[in-house]
Every structure is written in structure tokens, then in C-alpha cells.
Design a protein around this ligand. Structure first.
Ligand SMILES: [Zn+2]
Length: 88
């Protein structure tokens, strides 16, 4: 369980990610859930909370916590400026 990135919730939120995905650590169990990243303090690492989860589906303790990149703000995406309103 120590092969994951040691990133904190502060770093996660700084990346624009607003929630985390928590996967059951049972390899035969595909249960997962999404939690808002704002419920944990800045100095807590994602790996710190993994042992605290108990799967609702199979009852196994331990989980795999990953940043939910789908919720990240697309800050690094190059696009058209949004302030160029063309009046109709
Ligand atoms: Zn499970």
C-alpha cells in the first residue's frame, strides 16, 4: 500500500481537483466511491486515509485513494479566450 504518490490534500486541491476516488482494496471487489476533497485538512496525505475506509460492499478494511482528475479545473488547457463576447 506504499507505492502510491505521497501527495497531500493541499497538493490535490492546488491541482484543481475537488474530489477523490476511493477504491476497495479487495481485488475481486470493484466497489468505489467519490468523496469531496474538502472534508480533509491540507496536511493529510491521500495515503493516510486509506486504512480508515471499510468497504460497504465486502467489508474489507483498506482502500486505494486517488485524485479524481475529472473534477480538476482545466487550467492548463489552451483554449479561446472567454471574454471575447460577440454581440448578437
Ligand atoms: Zn469491497
Amino acid at each position: 500500500m506504499s507505492d502510491g504518490p505521497k501527495i497531500t490534500f493541499a497538493q490535490t486541491r492546488a491541482s484543481g481537483v475537488t474530489s477523490v476516488l476511493v477504491y476497495c482494496s479487495g481485488y475481486r471487489c470493484s466497489h468505489w466511491n467519490r468523496f469531496g476533497a474538502d472534508r480533509w485538512p491540507d496536511d493529510v496525505r491521500l495515503s493516510d486515509i486509506e486504512p480508515k475506509f471499510i468497504c460497504q460492499a465486502c467489508g474489507l478494511r483498506g482502500a486505494d485513494v486517488r485524485p479524481d482528475w475529472d473534477t480538476a479545473e482545466p487550467q492548463l488547457v489552451i483554449g479561446l479566450p472567454t471574454d471575447s463576447h460577440s454581440g448578437e
